[in-house]
Design a protein around this ligand. Structure first.
Ligand SMILES: [Fe+2]
Ligand SMILES: [Fe+2]
Length: 477
């Protein structure tokens, strides 16, 4: 394998400049519930960069959007300075931008606001407009490319000999359209055709997903998919492009799309660098250009942050909603006031204090719920024997539920069909499906896509029933 045959992909770095909050501001509260780390986004980014610099064989890095968190100028300036860590070491750096990277300010539906958190509250700070993104990051992709689509800022460049990267700058508005318009599609088609005629393999990258991480995502948040994802999917199949790298959902996920007309491709979605499950992908292209091998690499520690002995994963996990609940659930019984303090920001303290007894009662009941109780409840549908249920003993259900929620982002959920949790979970959903088929439960319409059942929705949350591994894959190009 030659030196120039591999590159790294990071996404959703959600960088926040240190100038944007004071030590005693409400910013830490804001961080809770976002499911990403914001206060130490800079240190997390540098920790990933340190790993990249240690790898002398790889000379290229691609970052696919949501570079900063709120489209403010401070964060963009500091983020570009961070990129210098890589470029000064001789790495080629390419970026695309997305909805968090600019502020619409009424010009479009993008609703991000650039603010600074002070000791007294918040104040507006200079923001970056959408039209400024191309010049701002011109040196990170467009300058090295042989074709730029001016309107979107997408670009096409020779990544290695025989390998072309087409980076779609999908700076849509984040609400009604996140992809390319007709003109952009035409440019993209021409670029793929040019590459195919030159016998170059094409790798595509874009921020918003082309295939949703779960079918339910398409059902409840279709506007967050790449605008024109159906058109793009068919185009990739038709032109023989085998892989597109995406971000945005913060979900580590690999999915294959097969067209009824023939052809297929993979959407390799990478989780947010600043999430508890934060990873980057290393992509190695074989010397004969026939395959690309994708692996995932996380960070063990956060450079320059006192995490009190915690790993990077455990530290970030403890900041956000699943981790907050997981780490503080025992306080519900022993010190409910402290529980309220700890989860404030994720569950508002005001809300909890409106009905403290009700919340406490519900949370205590939830803690006491046993797997065996759920197994008995769904016995007719879960296929478990009496002795299997007996073996569950007093095993509580909540830690498993939390594990499912945590792995929704990190990928590779741990409950394949031979596990008790899978049998119980699908037993319960099958029971609900049965009730739903008899007495149409209208609230389920919001969750279940047409033609599917609740069990269909649940299974991909329990284990990777698609490619087998969300962290690794080898794709024939
Ligand atoms: Fe993001
Ligand atoms: Fe995004």
């Amino acid at each position: 394998m030659g030196k120039s045959d591999s590159f790294y992909i990071l996404t959703d770095t959600h960088y926040v400049s240190k100038k944007n909050f004071t030590e005693n501001s409400d910013f830490r509260r804001r961080e809770k519930g976002d499911q990403i780390a914001l206060v130490h986004s800079a240190e997390i980014l540098r920790s990933f960069f340190k790993k990249i610099l240690e790898d002398k064989e790889t000379d290229a890095v691609l970052i696919t959007g949501d570079l900063v968190n709120n489209g403010d100028r401070n964060s963009h300036e500091d983020f570009k300075n961070e990129l210098k860590i890589l470029t000064d070491a001789g790495k080629r750096v390419f970026v695309t931008t997305a909805t968090h990277d600019y502020c619409g300010m009424g010009e479009d539906e993008n609703f991000f606001k650039s603010i600074r958190y002070t000791d007294k509250g918040t104040e507006p700070i200079p923001h970056v407009r959408k039209c400024e993104l191309l010049p701002l990051y011109y040196d990170f992709g467009p300058a090295q490319s042989d074709s730029v689509h001016e309107e979107s800022g997408s670009y096409s460049l020779k990544l290695f000999g025989g390998v072309r990267l087409i980076a779609i700058n999908d700076n849509g508005n984040g609400r009604s359209h996140c992809g390319l318009f007709d003109d952009g599609f035409k440019w993209l088609e021409e670029e793929i055709d040019k590459a195919n005629n030159n016998n170059e393999k094409v790798l595509l990258a874009v921020h918003h997903p082309v295939i949703p991480p779960w079918d339910i995502y398409r059902h409840v948040a279709e506007f967050e998919l790449f605008g024109g994802y159906k058109r793009l999917s068919e185009l990739l199949c038709e032109k023989g492009v085998r892989v597109i790298f995406t971000g945005h959902t913060h979900v580590q996920n690999i999915r294959k799309y097969e067209s009824v007309k023939g052809g297929y491709f993979y959407d390799v979605a990478t989780t947010a660098a600043v999430s508890a499950s934060g990873k980057m992908r290393k992509v190695e292209i074989s010397e004969d250009r026939k395959t690309c091998d994708i692996k995932s690499i996380g960070i063990e520690t956060i450079e320059g942050v006192d995490t009190k002995g915690k790993s990077a994963r455990d530290y970030i996990y403890g900041l956000n909603f699943v981790g907050l609940l997981d780490n503080n659930i025992n306080l519900v019984k022993s010190d409910f006031k402290k529980f309220e303090e700890e989860v404030d920001g994720f569950i508002s303290k005001d809300k909890l204090e409106k009905h403290p007894h009700l919340f406490r009662f519900a949370l205590l009941k939830g803690q006491k719920l046993k797997l065996s109780t759920l197994a008995k409840l769904s016995k007719k549908y879960n296929g478990m024997t009496k002795s299997e249920i007996k073996q569950l003993g007093k095993e509580p259900a909540l830690p498993h539920l939390i594990k499912v929620a945590a792995s929704a982002f990190g990928g590779n959920a741990p409950y394949p069909p031979d596990t008790a949790v899978y049998k119980i979970a699908t037993g319960i959903t099958a029971k609900i499906d049965k009730i739903n088929s008899k007495h149409h439960l209208s609230f389920l319409d919001k969750i279940i896509p047409e033609g599917q059942t609740l069990t269909d929705v649940a299974i991909p949350m329990l284990y990777n029933n698609r490619t087998g591994n969300d962290d690794e894959i080898t794709i024939e190009l």
